[in-house]
Design a protein around this ligand. Sequence first.
Ligand code: PEP
Ligand code: MG
Length: 747
Amino acid sequence: MPEQTESESRKLLSRLQAALAEAGEGQERLDRITHLIADSMGTEVCSIYLLRDADTLELCATEGLAPESVHVTRMRMGEGLVGRVASRARAINTANAPAEPGFRYMPETGEERFSSFLGVPIQRLGERLGVLVVQSKDEREYSGDEVYALEVVAMVIAEMTELGAFLGEGAALSPRHQAQVMFRGTCGQEGAAEGRVYLHEPRVVITKPIAEDPDAELTRLREAVDELRVSVDQMLSNASTGDKEQVQVLEAYRMFANSRGWMRRMEEDIARGLSAEAAVEKEQSTARARMETVPDAYLRERLHDLDDLSNRLLRLLTGQGTETGAQMPEAPVLVARNIGPAELLDYGRSLKAVVLEEGSVGSHAAIVARALAIPLIINAKRITTEALNGDPILVDGDQGIVHLRPEDTVATAFRDKMAMMAAAQERYASIRDKAAETLCGTVVSLHMNAGLMADLPSLPSSGAEGVGLFRTELQFLTRNTVPKRGELAALYARVMDAASGKRVVFRTLDIGSDKVLPYMKPTDEPNPALGWRAIRVGLDKPGVMRMQLQALIRAANGRPLTVMFPFIAQFDEFTRARDHLLREIDREAALGHPLPSELEIGAMLETPSLAFAPRHFFELADFISIGGNDLKQFFFAADRENERVRRRYDSLNVSFLTFLEQIVHRCDDTDTPLSFCGEDAGRPIEAMCFAAMGLRALSMRPASIGPVKSLLRRVDLREVRSVVNEARATGAQSVRPAVMEWFRQQG
Ligand code: PEP
Ligand code: MG
């Protein structure tokens, strides 16, 4: 880089800083900036276009174009050269703009006189804010250094915008942090909430983008990078060598931390006048913009690593920790890129909702959110860059929609919906102690699913008859080592105490597939959902399962005990698991410990194969519970974790209902109690159709009990059954349309 340009760009930056330090209205400041850039770079035109909404750029200030076109000229993302710079988040540099593909002539600006064009995106951490353009009459291509200098200036402008330095009252500018934004994500847990943003890891705020003394900044950068390298090395030496994945991630970190290219680019930015932290952020912005366009998942992950590393570096340089001292607002809605299950448990039920930029439906965080019954939205792209602590936020977990800084009309409509839901909850409370008895006199027993001690208060308040499924994974998923028998026994005992004699069905550890324990060696399986999971792990490595069974027997301490084994695919898996339990009973007896007063041993029917097991199986099982989430994924061969297919098949599909009916018949034949405990049990229409097919026990989220009971009490199952039968006879694929039509007729 020629010494000349370097000091020119530094000069430009310090002039810029001086201009920005002066008082003035927002517009005045923008005008001053465009004048200054044009003057410094020797171009006839300098213009700033800002995004007024996600899709519209507006000319907000110009030196050299017609002044009347300011706040008049607009273009869409991707439209014209300016729009293309914004949409591709890449500079366009051309000596002959009118000859460039996509050029759009805007007569009101008088720009036909200008031939050369250089536009660079104004962005902050990959978030598009606008475009900075210089134009000249002469046909010249701008040098690499000029492009670079303009990019650095754009970054400073982005930083100023971000800080509200000239946003101020300037409603004419894009008031980014006042405007409503909507995010469409994926539903991780249903429910609606209104609250205020609480950032899990607030982003670093850069207050000093320009520096006077590049040498001092270089020293700061180098010291921080050294510190970063030491901390990464430290993490590597602390990482257990058994954890291949963690070691791999850390090694990638180390590689980036030692990358010459990364370091060199940041040093160049500093030489041009940026502060050390602004240089880090500039590189981070570039990496983020690239991240969006990289199709390869592995590379994207690596860019993520670089992003994480940049965040660490920024925290080192600015001294801003993850704890900023921001007060947790009332009604907090946690916003994060991602979060671990233990961290989420720490926040607990104080949260109104959780919105994640990443995550998956089956992630541990999603499991915890579900257990805590906190509405959760995942894949809300870019929310962490938009949201600020304290921003008003509405979360519609049912639709997977988030409104950030909602306008009044949106907030009012949302509140109406919440009020309707609350009124419904009141109605449900009034039938809490009544049976789910249909008009034809059939009683369906409703139970709740649980997974935490904290769920148990819902048992009396929901009106559930008992806990139809207690998932025992969470205590294993949220810590770094296998929990001790004593701890588990104490927890299970407290659960039974809290249930005050109501039946609790404890499901033994269901891990593998999506639920991987942090201390379990990850096994590379080509298809984990069909892999080494649940009872397969329990039978192959029975140590943990036996310990858990002992804990359950001790927790019962002479009370009735109900144990259920997950994912039984064939008869012998059940007999072997059952034998383990009976052996543990014998052992406990030999030790002189009290034995359960009654013992029920059941199986989860989660694979179609078990529906065709020998009659002996049905006779031996004390009860069977259909794990509909897994059963459905295997019945339709559609991965429950895969967004592309997981909603593809309706649970009211005729084949699936017919299959459920066959399971009911088989259980009736042997008088084996049958229940259904997948998510569908909590959906009123599904629950009603399952009851019509003969299911008499359903287990669901506590919040679903009211709606399901309310519907069941209003219908005659014989009528539902005939609607289902008629739809079946007509060859319908799903009975849903016929059922909905019947509802309409009923008014
Ligand atoms: C199921 O598969 O339906 C079930 C209840 O178990 P889980 O969702 O925990 O796999
Ligand atoms: Mg399951």
